[in-house]
Design a protein around this ligand. Sequence first.
Ligand code: AMP
Length: 216
Amino acid sequence: MTQQITLALSKGRIFDETLPLLATAGIEVLEDPEKTRKLILPTNQADVRVVLVRATDVPTYVEYGGADLGVAGKDNLIEHGGQGLFRPLDLRIAQCHVGVAVRTDFDYQQAVHQGARLRVATKYPTIARNFFAGKGMHADLIKLYGSMELAPLTGLADAIVDLVSTGNTLKANQLVEVERIMDISSHLVVNQAAFKLKQARIKRIIEAFAGAVGAD
Ligand code: AMP
């Protein structure tokens, strides 16, 4: 019997930018996630299916074997911790970076200089904690799940730690980036047990992806 391969993807940029990689492995997703309410999508390969999950849930699905493989942002992999995951490939898709931003009228350098205690709103507490600890600064973290840009504008926080791509969202909200923390891209992650049990099939997918992204 052929083994079923389940790939976890999140809708949007990661899904869209993974499609051409799947094509190099001969895999075509047969339904458009923007046009269906289905969460499990068939592909042209009878043994491969795609499950649609939230970007933050991809590492968890793959860790516990709800999916054999997944595509996850480095941001979400760091927050998850990466346990139980084999991470064979940086796909170099959905590229952006994590930065610190404040209101244009907030003197961040002065706050740093004075060793002020910053209130920082973020969806990425691990990344933020490590960054401010590395600078020897006190940061009181406020965990948010969406629209971090609003936090400094309402007085909820002095600063945010968020993903930045073009910088347009910050600019539109009178925020300015004051620190660049790390570059982010999406990685292929594989469940360690699935990698052993379904090695031949999974290796073919990894090799096709590696060829497509120009990895060594
Ligand atoms: P931008 O205005 O292009 O700088 O994009 C910033 C907004 O898009 C922020 O709300 C980010 O959280 C989100 N964003 C940017 N890049 C990504 C990405 N690769 N994955 C998920 N969200 C992103």
